[in-house]
Design a protein around this ligand. Sequence first.
Ligand SMILES: [Zn+2]
Length: 429
Amino acid sequence: MILKNGVVATLDPQEVERTDLRIEGDRIADRGPALAPAPGEEVLDLEGALVLPGLVNAHTHLYSALARGMPGPGEPPRSFVEILERVWWRLDRALDEESVHLSGLVGAIEAARSGTTVLFDHHASPSFVRGSLATLRRAVEQVGLRSVLCYETTDRNGLAGRDAGIGENRAFLAGGQTALTRGLVGAHASFTLSDESLERLAGVVRDENSSLHVHVAEDRADVEDCRKRDGAGLVERFRRHGLLARRTLLVHGVHLSEPELREAQAAGAWLVHCPRSNMNNAVGHAPTVAFRRAALGTDGLDGDVLAEARTAFLKMRDSGRADAFAAAFEMLVGGHRLAAATFGLPLGRLDAGAPADLVVLDYRPPTPLTADNLPGHLLFGLDRSHVRSTIVAGRFVLRDRRVTTVDEAAVFASAREAAGRLWERMRQP
Ligand SMILES: [Zn+2]
């Protein structure tokens, strides 16, 4: 297939060029102006539509897809820990196989409609642990996106619950990964994990040559718990347990100090910045000025990475950063680098040999669009309403605004019914 007359833009390198792309199998086979179609080759004239590499959501919770509009907790939570106890831990305990599968389908469809092609998911369903990651993989692959899955290990459901979580991560890493789906070792957060639990997680990281994906210092309560537990900071605690290796995903880092951030990144860890979630939970604003290797995550709010980038920019400006514009753009680039390193593929590039993971947007810029001002168009002009088509590994997931891989209306109808049953189970004590 040839995509003709697209305005092809990449973030890294920062380029904008009107050109054609030839897609063969799961790769971009050729790039150049006026590519001549081979006999029988499909030609799709984009008529100047914008083509971007698929965006990367570096931290989300697909399981929250059926939470939208659910009844709130009786008494308003007064702290971050109360938000977890009264909302999210009630929801995740009520999840069963069907609701996990439907959450995955809905979340992946909404991501595709937002131009997101790679999801780093952090999953919890304590009543349905074993096989939960394979269920999510089935859902995300049915829609056709790439994902990086893990199970959120925690002590809060007892030792058997913890061991089930560790076992699920281990089993998925050993036998669940595919071309589109990779695994990581998931952990909830330091404040719900004992030293023994961290040792066991470190064992899986070592055995499977993988990395940890964990919430860190999202709220001050995590920092205080760690001080009380062993008199150390969070980065020190993870380092001591051998969990700060390459590509460890430290999510939030709102209350990490600058020396801690330097140490973690020097060890190879990535920070994932989730500004909309941080505002939603009123936990504070991350010290992004010390984020050197960072990507953006929606933390389950939706699949909209462009909205996350815009909020990241506005929040950084609001806190007085003069370089907020470049910093927010750099976090979008960070997502591509993180995904490329995770999949071992040049994701984020749109030239010959790169994976055909791209988004076509109905974006008619009212001003000139150049390589230099691409960040301005991304942060002030583009949003998910512009997404026309989404292609992952050479396959249309969304084509001319229609989901091509699953019956979207049927999925959403089933999801509405399952959400009602899920909310009913949440009401049970
Ligand atoms: Zn999260």
